[in-house]
Each structure stands twice: as C-alpha cells, then as structure tokens.
Design a protein around this ligand. Structure first.
Ligand code: SF4
Ligand code: SF4
Length: 418
C-alpha cells in the first residue's frame, strides 16, 4: 500500500513564501562553503560576516526572540545579545524556530556582550520617577526613544484617565527597563532634567556560568580605551571559562594615536588564554545606526585608520556603531569592502592568509528599527507576539532583513528570493 502523505505541520504549511526566500539564502550560503572551517570564520575571511546586535542592555525577550528568528532566516553569522540567561534563551529559541521552518538553515553563533567598567555607554539604563514630572509636560522623552522604552499615561489621582484636564491628574508609567538600551537620547530632551542614566557592570561570575553552557559560542568585551587595568581584571575572572567559546571579540572606540598601542596591550593580555578566534569591533558612533547616513562615517573612518597601520594586532576586524544601509557604500568608497588591499598597497600578511582587511559588519539599532516597523503592525490584541504566527508579517520582516544582510553577502537579487 502506498504511504499516506503526511501533511506538513500548520506552521510550515503557512510559510511557503518565507521558506522559498530563506531556502534561497541557505542555498546561496552552502555554495560558498570553504573547506572544513566554520562557516562563520569563512565569512570573516571573505569579508562578508554579518552580526546582528540585539543590544548589550536590551532585555526584552519577546523582541529578541523575534529578531533572532528573522535574522537567522536572513543568514547572519552571529547574534550578539545581553549577557543574561533569559535573553540568551530567547536568542536560542528564535534560532530553533528558524530551524523548524528551514531545517538546513545555518545556525548563527550566539555572542554575549559584557563590559570591563561602567563607563561604556552600552551598559546603562535611563530612570525617572513619573510622579516627579509636571503634569503638563509634552513628554518629549517618550517621542524621542527609539526603543519604545518610555510609556507614560495621565491618570486622575483616583486612577481614572484625565485627557481633558491633565493638571488634575498625574503621570504613571516611566522607563520599561528591559527595553532601554542606554542610547541616552531621552536625557537632553527632558525640559525638567528629571531623567538620570544608571550605569552598571555585568557580573563576571554570571558571565562565566553562561560561557560554560552550550548556548553561547562567543563573547564580546566592551572597553573604553581608558586603561588596561579593568580589562585585565575582567579577563582574569573569565579565564577559566574563556576556552569554552569559539570567538573572543573586543569592542572599543577609536582613541586616536594610541589606539593601536592600546589594542596590542589588550592582545598581550588575552593571547595566553585565546584558543579560538579573536575579533576587533571598531565601534564608531555607538547606538546611532538608526539616525541616518552620517552616523556610519565614524566606523568607516576607524576602519580606514586601522587598515593604514601595519602593526595592528592579529585578529579579524569588524565595523559597528552607526552601521546602517549606507555602510556598504561608504566602505566601498574607502576601498575596504571585501578587499585585501588598501589604497593600492598590498598587505602581504592579508594576501598570505587570503583574509579580508575588514571581516564584516555588525548591525544594531538600524537592524532592530526595520524589523520593529513590521512588528508594530501586528495588532496589539495578540499580546506577546510570536512573529511566525503571522506569516505575512514574517515574510515582510525577512525581506527587510535581507535588504540589509543581502548586500554584504552578495545574495542573488531579492526578487529571485521571494
Ligand atoms: S536611554 Fe534611549 S532607549 Fe533608554 S529610555 Fe532613553 S531614549 Fe529610550
Ligand atoms: S520629558 Fe522629562 S518631565 Fe517630561 S515626561 Fe519625560 S521625564 Fe517627565
């Protein structure tokens, strides 16, 4: 008797267009596989590595899960998130759902971000007490927040809404801590100076536990470039678990003339304990990619600076901080997109290893913004949104993600993917 065909589960049946687009991505990626090195490393060597930054302080697990699902389908190599167990769980859940839609999907590495002291802007949260706010404030803080992390409403002292006479009520709500990622844009717009930024340092013991598990592949250490002591202290506290990760990244700003000396000092601290790969994240203008074209200049300038220095430390180099849809064009104009040469000068070290000068790009605020536009279209009555329950929105989000990832990965034209 002929076997009875088994219908696909409902989730898959409703995702034909998503499967078609994501399968084309998977095929394109498989065609570029190089030897037995991890595909993420091959991408870094070619210069087409893409990392999604969920945000070192962004801890909204529902959003992180949806972002991870969409960008896994779009073919990113790594997903960088807060060093928090529930957030790491959300990233892995998003990857699992992507794999349930496209079993052949390449699983991105999961990276956790930590800091060596509290001066790095990525590790802070805005705070204010809405009861201290004047009732007639026009709430510019709420309007300027790119993460929808401020929610305020006017209520009567007895609890009723009071739209018609705000002077008789008070404000309720405030900062949704898990959504605030510390961009700081609300701070200067408050006319009454009510908002403060509270900085913090990720607990190294918690980070060690995360690194020892199977859910994390990589770590990124943010450092401000103001000294190596705090880095050294953190590195020593992580050293027993650092062997568990495949990649160690250091994120830092351009500190001018002393940048390369500082990086070499950090590399000297790390070298005895690095058994995997290392990467330098060139953090241009932090948390600004969603602002527009100008935001991307600083990270590309940082890349130009690094590419011009022959004594830079070993490792892959990747852009971040202000990256958006304009970054590739800027990088091409600088002659650094997937290039092993710089301004006509062959870099023998790079030619020898056939390694791109710039391994790739990390996208944060801009990547979240283009998916957030789609997520906000899903009616609020659905509560905690699982984007895969809304196939048309998942397809739209995937197309947005591909518009960002595709140009780096040189995927075929979008029209042939959908
Ligand atoms: S710091 Fe940025 S993300 Fe946090 S509440 Fe202010 S504007 Fe929103
Ligand atoms: S702008 Fe300042 S005063 Fe106005 S609602 Fe926001 S925090 Fe309160």
């Amino acid at each position: 008797m002929a076997p009875v065909p088994v219908p696909p589960p409902p989730l898959l049946a409703s995702h034909a267009a998503v499967r078609a687009a994501a399968s084309a991505v998977s095929r394109s990626r498989r065609a570029r596989r190089a030897g037995d090195q991890p595909p993420q490393v091959a991408a870094l060597r070619r210069g087409d590595w893409v990392k999604l930054i969920c945000g070192a302080s962004f801890e909204d697990a529902a959003d992180v899960r949806n972002l991870s699902l969409v960008y896994t389908l779009a073919g990113v190599d790594c997903i960088d998130c807060a060093a928090d167990a529930s957030v790491v769980g959300a990233v892995n859940e998003g990857i699992e759902v992507a794999a349930s839609i496209i079993p052949a999907v390449q699983r991105p590495w999961v990276m956790v971000s930590v800091n060596d002291d509290c001066r790095d802007l990525h590790f802070r949260k805005a705070e204010f007490d809405p009861e201290d706010c004047p009732q007639d404030c026009s709430k510019p803080c709420e309007k300027v927040c790119p993460a929808d992390a401020i929610s305020l409403e006017s209520v009567m002292v007895g609890g009723e809404h009071t739209q018609s006479d705000p002077l008789r009520g008070k404000l309720k709500g405030g900062v949704l801590t898990e959504r605030c990622y510390g961009c700081g844009r609300c701070l200067p717009v408050c006319p009454y100076d009510r908002i403060r930024a509270v900085s913090y340092v990720r607990d190294p013991t918690t980070t060690c536990e995360l690194l020892k598990g199977n859910d994390v592949d990589a770590i990124e250490i943010h450092t401000t470039g103001k000294g190596t002591d705090t880095f050294n202290t953190l590195w020593n506290s992580l050293s027993e678990s650092i062997n568990n990760v495949k990649l160690v990244a250091v994120s830092m700003p351009d500190i001018g003339e002393s940048t390369v000396d500082f990086m070499n000092a950090l590399y000297a601290i790390m070298e005895p304990h690095i058994h995997g790969y290392n990467l330098w994240q060139l953090d241009g203008r932090p948390m600004s990619g969603d602002i527009g074209r100008g935001a991307t200049r600083e990270t590309v300038s940082f890349a130009v600076h690094m590419a011009s220095v022959s004594e830079r430390p070993p490792g892959f180099y990747q852009l971040a901080g202000g990256t958006n849809s304009y970054t590739i064009d800027c990088l091409k104009k600088a002659g650094l997109f997937q290039s092993t040469t710089f301004r006509g000068t062959t870099t023998s070290e790079m030619i020898h290893s056939q390694q791109a000068l710039i391994g790739g790009i990390a996208y944060g605020g801009y990547a979240r913004k283009i998916i957030g536009r789609t997520l906000r279209k899903i009616p609020a009555q659905f509560g905690r949104v699982r984007i895969e329950d809304h196939p048309e929105h998942l397809l739209e989000a995937l197309q947005e993600a591909l518009s960002l990832v595709g140009p780096v990965k040189s995927y075929p034209a979008l029209s042939s993917l959908s």
